[in-house]
Design a protein around this ligand. Structure first.
Ligand SMILES: [Zn+2]
Length: 86
């Protein structure tokens, strides 16, 4: 065994654990394929943050259901984009 191989073995293990970026798709474990889970994480992470209200301009809009949004600042309920507001 060369010195390079001895050094590379623990390093590659560390990299493998570091590469786990499950986030909200972690509940699916290994199901559905990585690219699908990555796309889901992208959409869900945008869904969870508060969106900007088109009426009062404040960050307080939460997603209630598909395309249904409610602003916690001015209490307006409205229909808009399905997953996140622009
Ligand atoms: Zn508002």
């Amino acid at each position: 065994m060369t010195p390079v191989q001895i050094w590379a073995a623990p390093f590659s293990n560390k990299m493998a654990t570091k590469l786990k970026k499950a986030k909200s798709a972690g509940r699916f474990r290994a199901k559905y394929g990585k690219s699908v889970r990555d796309k889901l994480v992208k959409v869900e992470s945008k869904q969870k943050v508060k969106q900007k209200c088109p009426f009062c301009g404040k960050l307080g809009v939460k997603r209630l259901s598909k395309g249904i949004w409610k602003c916690t600042k001015c209490n307006k309920k409205f229909a808009s984009n399905t997953y996140y507001l622009d």
